[in-house]
Design a protein around this ligand. Structure first.
Ligand SMILES: *[C@@H]1O[C@H](CO)[C@@H](O)[C@H](O)[C@H]1NC(C)=O
Ligand SMILES: *[C@@H]1O[C@H](CO)[C@@H](O)[C@H](O)[C@H]1NC(C)=O
Length: 405
């Protein structure tokens, strides 16, 4: 009943679908730590904190030439027990008036209340239009979003990375591309929808994203066509992550200038840098079977399932020994905050001067500037400082982002 009403509201948002085919399931927390095997393979700790769900092959390095995660993993925190994929996002922090940070816990979605650590809800939508997508191939990986973005114009390069201010646990309207500016009674839901067109051959390009694209017109939901460069329709992968802001909703705890107090682990108050990562790891052809069968909801006759209690048993040991809970004097990894922030006029963010005060990674390219370790030092459109602090070197991560490492 609850599930049906939720799916109905999701579908209502999407227009009028002809087919009901949305795999929707719970994945409990696997581990929360500073690792990023896609962008920083082998780097432990990586620059910013992530929360990770899924299979127990998650590791500091996940060799892109090893395509058998689905066969080698032995457990998963997801309720479809053949899904050993890994799914991750950044984590959210509350910053108190005294400058200290504390990690905002995650909250399970409705219907998945037992999920350890809140985890996330994962959706694979086969179609809204009666055509069958091709399931991801072994070795497939992708990233959507860019943690360096701090403006609406940048964020517009990715459609459908949004936030929902939860008035109730059922709120599914009023999505914004930046962080809610008012307290959200039941929490903030981060919505991460990936592109749905694939070039048909590349499993994981160096930038982890150019092999996928959005429809040329309309949306996946409206049946928009894939571009000729990316002709293969893939399922729409979608994460919902609910951040439990309830204990921080008292405005007297918020910054004196009335701006919102939540900052992402990659140093972003705006939310425009929201991003999600995916490493495919379904066993055999299980995902294709589910897509072909138009499976809907948290059960699917074509797939093996486990209870949330069983999924909660799957864990990996932390690879990075670091405390990320309790009050912290800085974000994990001393991640600098960049862009509009409390005190910088963030009620009316001005990207022109937002990177100013107190920001070791910002400043401009005027003489003598220096970017702190882990800060951005280059990339397409970058006009900031390009000199790294002693002990670090500016390295290109992709065409948009170079970082002092
Ligand atoms: C993770 O990587 C380490 C070092 O490469 C390796 O010893 C370990 O077995 C890996 N763990 C898993 C689960 O693959
Ligand atoms: C900062 O403020 C928080 C919330 O009021 C409080 O719990 C914490 O102890 C304070 N930290 C310091 C270092 O004063």
């Amino acid at each position: 009943m609850r599930h049906n009403s939720l799916v109905a509201s999701v579908l209502a948002l999407a227009g009028t679908p002809t087919v009901h085919a949305i795999l929707r399931f719970s994945c409990s927390e696997l581990v929360t730590e500073r690792l990023d095997p896609l962008v920083f393979p082998g780097v432990a700790p990586s620059p910013h904190l992530h929360q990770i769900v899924g299979g127990n092959m998650f590791n500091t390095t996940m060799d892109p030439n090893r395509h058998n995660i689905g066969e080698e993993a032995t457990c998963t925190t997801c309720t479809f027990s053949e899904d050993f994929s890994n799914y991750w996002t950044a984590t959210l922090f509350f910053r108190a008036r005294n400058g200290s940070f504390i990690r905002v816990p995650q909250r399970p979605n409705i219907g998945f209340e037992q999920a350890r650590g809140g985890g996330m809800t994962v959706y694979y939508t086969a179609t809204y239009q009666n055509d069958k997508p091709k399931a991801f191939a072994p070795g497939f990986r992708m990233i959507v979003g860019n943690p360096t973005y701090r403006t609406a114009a940048e964020a517009a390069r990715y459609r459908q990375l949004t936030f929902t201010c939860l008035e109730t646990m059922y709120t599914r309207t009023g999505e914004t591309t930046d962080m809610p500016k008012q307290p959200c009674k039941e929490g903030i839901m981060a919505n991460v929808r990936f592109p749905t067109c694939w070039d048909g051959k590349t499993l994981d390009p160096p930038d982890h994203s150019s092999h996928v694209a959005y429809p040329t017109s309309g949306t996946f939901e409206s049946g928009g066509p894939c571009p000729a460069s990316h002709p293969v329709k893939i399922p729409q992968l979608f994460y919902e992550v609910i951040w439990d802001t309830r204990r921080f909703n008292d405005r007297s705890l918020w910054p004196e200038d009335g701006s919102q107090p939540f900052v992402w682990s990659y140093g972003d108050y705006t939310g425009y840098g929201t991003h999600g990562d995916y490493v495919f790891g379904w066993k055999g052809d299980s995902l294709q079977r589910a897509m072909d069968a138009n499976c809907d909801g948290p059960t699917c006759a074509q797939l093996k399932s486990q209870s949330i209690a069983a999924a909660n048993q799957c864990r990996v040991d932390k690879h990075v020994a670091e405390n990320v809970d309790g009050w912290l004097s800085e974000l994990p990894g001393a991640m600098p905050i960049t862009g509009p922030q409390p005190g910088s006029g963030s009620g009316n963010p001005n990207p022109g001067n937002g990177g100013g005060g107190g920001n070791p990674g910002g400043g401009n390219s005027g003489g003598g500037c220096q970017v702190a370790k882990w800060g951005q030092c280059g990339g397409q459109g970058w006009t900031g400082c390009t000199t790294c602090a002693a002990g670090s070197t500016c390295r290109a991560q992709n065409q948009w982002y170079s970082q002092c490492l």
